[in-house]
Design a protein around this ligand. Sequence first.
Ligand code: IVH
Length: 651
Amino acid sequence: MNYQEYEKAVIELNNYAYHYYVLDNPITTDEVYDKLYHHIIEYEEKNREQILENSPTQRVGDVVSEGFNKAKHKSRMWSLEDVFNEDDLQKWLTRVYKFDDIVTFYCEPKYDGASLNLLYEDGKLTQAITRGDGVEGEDITQNAKTIKTIPLSIEYKEAIEIRGEVVIFKAEFERINEDRVKNGENLFANPRNAAAGSLRQLDSSITANRNLVFLPYGIGENTLDISLLSKRMEFIYSLGFKMPPHRRLCERFEDIEAVYEKMKDERESYEMMLDGMVVKVDQIEAQENMGYTVKVPRWAVAYKFPAVEKITTVRDIILQVGRSGVITPVAIVEPTNIDGVVVERATLHNFDEIQRKDIRINDKVIILRSGDVIPKIIKVLELHRDGTQREVSRPKECPVCGSELLDEGALIKCQNLTCKARVVNSIIYFASKQCLNIDGLGDKIVKALFESGLVESVEDIFSLTLEKLLALDGFKEKKSQNLLDSIENVKGCDCWRFINSLGIEHIGEVASKTLCSAFGLLFVDATKEQLIALEGIGEEMAEAVLEFVRVNHEHILRLQSFLLPVVPAPKVEVLENPFKGKSVVLTGSMSQPRDEIKKMLEALGAKIVGSVSKKTDMVIYGDDAGSKYDKAVELGVQTLDEDEMKEMLDV
Ligand code: IVH
């Protein structure tokens, strides 16, 4: 890099930073940002006299946006130095050991969210300030108070700053974006932007609805007399703060590597997005001796995970038709390896979203893939356009059946009930895990059965025979018999599965369970008033149930006769009585059959067991009681004859 390139890099990085911090709207990936940042640092280290005043390395955070009052942190909020591989980590450790060679390391996740500083005075949350430039941020106390994982008061009276990351769990992020698609609003690029955006809402009721989560990672101003960071954090958790999903104390490089590998491998199973692991010196005294550079502590480092956002090219945009007829555009992208998985397609949600983001075929885009977050395009890199890009127009006809589409704005729908895509997808849905869970009836088999003409509706599944299946290509005796057995097995399925499998609009697993426990199979007779009286069932859902039942009454009855759904007996709370929750052994002959006594006691909440042990609460004995009675006496277990038992029942 020469001076001119350095100057250009600083302008470019400042522009990235402005979009990232101020507009909450990144225009490149963290990976590209970090690389450029490191190039700049490298140049500056060799050419100290040329460092530009506006170089992003000369300040910690970035500009505070207008809207909230500015507020100063009591002690500075630091950033972290990044390392990306074993060598970098080893170098960092060598530097640490130069200061102190007996330190241990506290490792915890690096959450991908927005940092927040909470000030507690006299046990009360008095101020919450965003990080801002590390010295001064925005006072968002009102919004912070809506976050359920932030205690409003704590059992500790001294003034203390508790620092942490505000995140949105991946599932919640998907839910928010689904709602935003429906309402025709701009989608959030990733959970981090969603968290940052939600935190800085001027209307705190919006923040409250976003289910933000605060995860503490450190302490600012304090008068604690605890000499280890790990113990300080234990103390913070004990005040009512959320603990990290994984944390460990490590002694050596090898331990840190092992914890890092584990966390990296398991990152997808965490509810929140992680972008690395933070390694911190555990001894506070050693931390103080090491101190800080202009920007970061010397005693901590962020060991980053491989990126989950990559730059790729949109090769095509295809249309998928779901079971309800909704057309979903999907981008086919240049295959890109993101953290070990080759991503080839990304959902585009709907056409409004394509238009809003102005996504064109041949565009260079930033794509995000992380665990449960469905791969999605979060940004078009417009500066890379070279004239070869093609816009896609809103479809007018169904790509599968050719019938005219209904364009409702956010949703475009194929209304042809016999459209092949709709039928096949509804059969796939019917057999899927969250519905009837029919083993061996996955996408491919459903398509083959449909193509052969054997299964053209869900009801046809129940007239399949061995003979019919064997006549098809690729259906050998064993595979066919297994399929028939799994279809037979769904008989007697739980009622909620039956309701869910009907595919009623807006009625998913949770609502199906609600309907099942409220009405059982009689949900078909429920009135609108009865439906909306249920927790979680709104007007739109109630209307959908009523309409579905009106149009499909016969179909529901026929399916019911194939499936014979069972409504599980409601669990009735047994009233208090001397036998409730007791482990009871019956022995000897009684005045009425033992089985009847057993049923009666079970109805009272007793557990009837076969043999006597120390865990047995009572032995009820009849005539000729033998060894079980003797053992009860030997172990000091309470013994009752039939009359005594009845007496206890009368009380
Ligand atoms: S410690 C003095 N620990 O990452 C130490 N930071 O890249 C300062 N972050 O501004 C930070 N998880 O917003 C720390 N477990 C963690 C973290 C964490 C996420 C964020 C934090 C910080 C940024 C630095």
